[in-house]
Design a protein around this ligand. Structure first.
Ligand code: GLC
Length: 543
């Protein structure tokens, strides 16, 4: 219906780069580096591969990209175990590739956000090696959380905390002579020892790392486990099992402690000392929207992912409630809400919403809803292709540490990390000159960028049109919204000059025509001032 609009004028790269408060409305595309594009044929995506595909992202119409960790790492947790925060892992290229990527992105008017992992290092980081080699009570160990064990011989972990990935959150060290020694804390895998943020050395080191990447020109940081860096004093027992999930909002002595805010305030000052509105976005799992909003107070971070929206069930009632709560909470601190439907840790939303035809219909509709809401939005690579979760990966190809650590998590995170299909009829579908580190389904030939480009019914063209319209319609992006009267099961939201209707029902609904349709996820039928809106669909109207 609006494919012609998709090719209308885009703002120049300079105009976009100068926009003040850019992050309040930005659409930011998450690049999962190892699965985006492979330039050298080793089956693993890399920085050069991303650079070669930047025109695709510019044409898609996003404002920025967020790159998942590409730093030197043994890859025990897909690079979220960093051994050297200032080096690029040879798997992904070298430092000059990062530099080239940032420059080229900027030339195309795209900003670049990189991941920073401050809660833990890799067990191969020089600091942790020194800690293991050092004395109990020594300065090297004071950068982490080392404790003697409980029990007569210290054979029990220091407290009852469980790892997010399953099993105890403590691992016992062994001395050079083989005798068991102290335990160290790891909220995630044993290869990811938690840093002690009470130690000034840790704080100073991360400020230096932030500066390193800001000096290279990055536009901000996605802060991994931004809610976990500070632990309750004395590391108290929790008193129950089944404690932490990666995707959860429990109140726990190691998550969402008030002390983390002081760290983020310091980082904000550092970000503000650089020109060009460099931003911090929190990956924070907080128990309520109000607790989450604390991370985006005016002197803290710019954005925090809205995981309440991500985990919300399909349906007008629950979605409206989450939207209202989120907007009220962020408004109370003057921040925009940051919407997200998928990322590299959760089941892709086409599958979450039921899979198959229905899942795809709902995913397309949810995308239009998200992009119509006030604030910023994140798009996880492949959602613009309507990719489903790959649910039948053989065990022998899986790499998610949660899969190998028992029942702490479902261990399904590999299924959303399968490399993108770009073109052609056979795997790896243009992902690179070699294979792909996880096998791609045969059905993905039809979902490739090439297969969908130019097809007005495709999900890719839907995203392209939506992103063009989001720039053109002044009422979208940051700003206000209000709800309109709508039939049961339908959400109708109004922004200046704009209405969005979402039918969450399994049946079509007939309602008065609210305006001129500019984009729809399914075909509409008009009759005498009314419109029939198909089940599980979303429509954008100009008014
Ligand atoms: C974050 C990342 C996840 C990683 C974890 C530990 O939640 O998104 O992928 O496993 O932190 O770093």
């Amino acid at each position: 219906m609006t494919q012609d609009l998709a090719h209308s004028v885009r703002p120049s790269a300079e105009a976009r780069a100068q926009a003040e408060g850019w992050w309040r409305s930005a659409v930011i595309y998450q690049v999962y580096v190892r699965s985006f594009a492979d330039s050298d044929g080793d089956g693993i995506g890399d920085l050069r591969g991303i650079r070669e595909r930047l025109p695709y992202l510019a044409e898609l119409g996003v404002d920025a990209l967020w790159l998942t960790p590409f730093y030197a790492s043994p890859q025990a947790d897909g690079g979220y175990d960093v051994a050297d925060y200032r080096a690029v892992d040879p798997l992904f290229g070298q430092l000059s590739d990062a530099d080239d990527l940032v420059r080229e992105a900027h030339r195309l008017g795209l900003r670049v956000i990189v991941d920073i992992v401050p809660n833990h290092t890799s067990d191969q980081h020089v600091w942790f090696r020194a800690a293991l080699a050092g004395e109990p009570e020594g300065a090297a160990r004071a950068r982490y959380h080392f404790r003697p064990g409980r029990g007569a011989g210290g054979e029990l972990p220091p407290n009852d905390w469980e790892s997010v990935f399953g099993g105890p959150a403590w691992t016992r060290t062994t001395g050079p002579d083989g005798t068991p020694g102290e335990w160290y804390l790891h909220l995630f895998a044993p290869e990811q020892p938690d840093l002690n943020w009470d130690n000034p050395e840790v704080r100073a080191e991360f400020e230096s790392v932030l500066r390193f990447w800001l000096d290279l020109g990055v536009d901000g940081f996605r802060i991994d486990v931004a809610h976990g860096m500070v632990k309750a004093p004395g590391l108290p027992d929790i008193g129950r099992t089944e404690q932490a999930k990666l995707i959860g909002a429990q109140v726990l002595p190691f998550f969402d402690q008030d002390g983390v805010h002081e760290i983020h305030r310091g980082w904000r000052q550092l970000l503000d000392s650089y020109a060009g509105e460099r931003i911090g976005v929190a990956e924070a799992w907080a128990p309520t929207p109000e607790r989450l909003a604390l991370y985006v107070r005016p002197d803290e971070l710019h954005q925090a992912f809205n995981f309440q929206f991500l985990t919300c069930a399909w349906g007008a009632g629950p979605m409206r409630e989450v939207i209202d709560q989120s907007l009220a909470a962020t408004l109370s601190v003057g921040a925009p809400t940051t919407w997200v439907l998928s990322n590299h840790d959760v089941v892709r939303h086409t599958t979450r919403y039921g899979g198959g035809e229905q899942g795809l219909r709902r995913a397309r509709a949810a995308a239009l809803l998200m992009l119509a809401l006030p604030g910023s939005a994140y798009v996880y690579q492949g959602e613009e292709l309507g990719l489903p979760e790959v649910v039948d990966l053989p065990d022998e190809v899986r790499q998610d540490p949660a899969f190998f650590r028992g029942d702490g998590q479902e261990g399904t995170r590999d299924g959303c990390r399968v490399p993108l299909p770009w073109s052609g009829g056979a795997a790896p579908y243009g992902f690179g000159p070699g294979g792909s580190w996880l096998p791609q389904p045969a059905a993905w030939a039809q979902l490739s960028v090439e297969a969908q480009s130019g097809d007005p019914r495709s999900t890719l063209e839907l995203y392209r049109s939506a992103l063009v319209l989001r720039r053109e319609l002044p009422g979208l992006g940051d700003g206000e919204m209000r709800w309109l009267e709508a039939p049961e099961g339908v959400l109708a939201l109004s922004r200046p000059g704009f209405v969005c209707t979402l039918n969450t029902l399994g049946d079509e609904v007939t309602m008065p025509v609210p305006g001129r349709p500019v984009l729809a996820t399914a075909a509409l039928e008009f009759a005498g001032g009314t419109v029939r809106i198909p089940s599980d669909s979303c429509v954008w109207w100009a008014v």
